[in-house]
Design a protein around this ligand. Structure first.
Ligand SMILES: Cc1ncc(COP(=O)(O)O)c(C=O)c1O
Length: 382
């Protein structure tokens, strides 16, 4: 069946109904600020977006549920185009995935083969290495530079010392460190286009960057570089962690390689829930929501970083929606004290054993958090 012979969806949208308005009001109430409690703890541990989906996205998702008996092929086609444009390319550069986690696995498997080495910084997001391990690859962890910076030269040396193909994976800006890599060095390396080196650059947090020296590697895709995949998620900036949507952005030939490794192998190759597609479309075509979402996160970052600075608690230069703060001592007691306040911070990230990762909540969350830190200081806990 080709797209041109496809039936239009016969149901009409129902976004004006009283039920939908009531559901939207309930969602707003759910999102209203309250002091953390056992019933509603402050979750600053998973780098989610505290502001939630835009109201339009919520309405669109509810509307899609009303029509949930239909496959949403037209919506998927529209979303592929919108995502392609968002990244500066086209629909055929885009593979939609069930969260970026599926996209990371599909990308790793697309470049898998005998004697493939998987090169990562010592401290980065773990899903890539998990997939590589399951696919029998040798995992080479390159130590970080002082200040927990990614050592691009060290990663390059690991690739050059290996007799066989390499996959280079890392996050930029990085999780959990929150800092950016040397983008000029990285870009020059990718531009060499060695056929035995594939780059998986995870730009999950790119929308939160303010450092002018950072740049996305996405323009290289539009220029035709093949051994490069930009990994993206809708879980962070777009506040859709529970809706499960990500995408891989790459040369169309590379997209075809990865396409066989995602969950659904039908006509569209990938088939995302219609509620998720509707919400994503509402947000990716809404520059006002994007501007506001970013501004709020940057405000939360300012409040938390200024609070840490006032207390003399060192932290890395955050370019993300979380902050990596150095307590100067093992973090387990701090994590416990915060949990007693119904505040959940990130888990330990060895070998950075004295660092705690604090995801950004709303500005009110962060004001509350800083007050707890001040109280902890009086008790000698920080
Ligand atoms: C760098 C990075 N990539 C991917 C993901 C996973 O994204 P998703 O929720 O879309 O699977 C995360 C989640 O924390 C992340 O930090």
């Amino acid at each position: 069946m080709s797209m041109s012979t496809q039936c239009p969806n016969p149901s009409s949208p129902v976004t004006t109904s009283a039920e939908i308005a009531a559901a939207a009001a309930a969602a707003r109430d759910w999102a209203a600020w309250r002091a953390p409690s056992a019933d509603r703890p402050m979750m600053v541990c998973y780098n989610e977006n505290p502001f939630g989906m835009s109201e339009l996205a919520r309405l669109a998702a509810i509307d899609a549920v009303m029509r949930g008996s239909r496959y949403d092929f037209p919506g998927i086609v529209r979303l592929q185009g919108a995502v392609g444009r968002y990244m500066g390319g086209a629909a055929d550069n885009v593979l939609l995935t069930h969260g970026s986690s599926e996209g990371i696995r599909a990308a790793v498997e697309a470049f898998a083969g005998p004697r493939v080495q998987f090169v990562i910084p010592e401290l980065t997001y773990g899903t890539g290495a998990d997939s590589a391990g399951r696919n029998g690859m040798t995992i080479t962890r390159v130590p970080m530079l002082p200040g927990w910076k990614i050592d691009i030269d060290g990663m390059r040396k690991a690739v050059e010392d290996w007799y066989g193909p390499s996959i280079v994976y890392f996050v930029n800006p990085n999780n959990p460190t929150s800092t950016i890599a040397d983008c000029a060095k990285l870009e020059a390396w990718i531009r060499e286009e060695r056929p035995t080196t594939a780059f998986l650059v995870d730009e999950a947090y790119s929308e939160f960057v303010t450092d002018p020296s950072w740049r996305s590697m996405a323009p290289l895709v539009a220029e035709g570089v093949r051994n490069l995949v930009i990994l993206k998620t809708f879980s962070k900036f777009f506040a859709m962690a529970g809706m499960r949507l990500g995408f891989n952005y790459a040369h169309p030939d590379t997209v075809r390689l990865m396409r066989d490794r995602v969950a659904y192998d039908g006509m569209m190759k990938t088939c995302i829930s219609s509620a998720t597609v509707a919400a994503a479309l509402a947000e990716i075509e809404d520059p006002e929501f994007q501007r506001e979402s970013r501004a709020m996160i940057l405000e939360s970052r300012r409040i938390l970083c200024e609070g840490l600075d006032r207390l003399g608690i060192a932290h890395l230069d955050s370019q993300t929606n979380f902050v990596f703060a150095d307590l100067g001592r093992p973090i387990a007691p701090f994590v416990k004290h915060m949990a007693d306040e119904h505040i959940y911070v990130g888990r330990p990230f060895p070998p950075a054993d004295t660092f705690v990762r604090i995801s950004l909540g709303s500005p009110d969350d962060m004001r509350w958090f800083v007050k707890r830190l001040e109280a902890f200081r009086e008790k000698g806990w920080v």
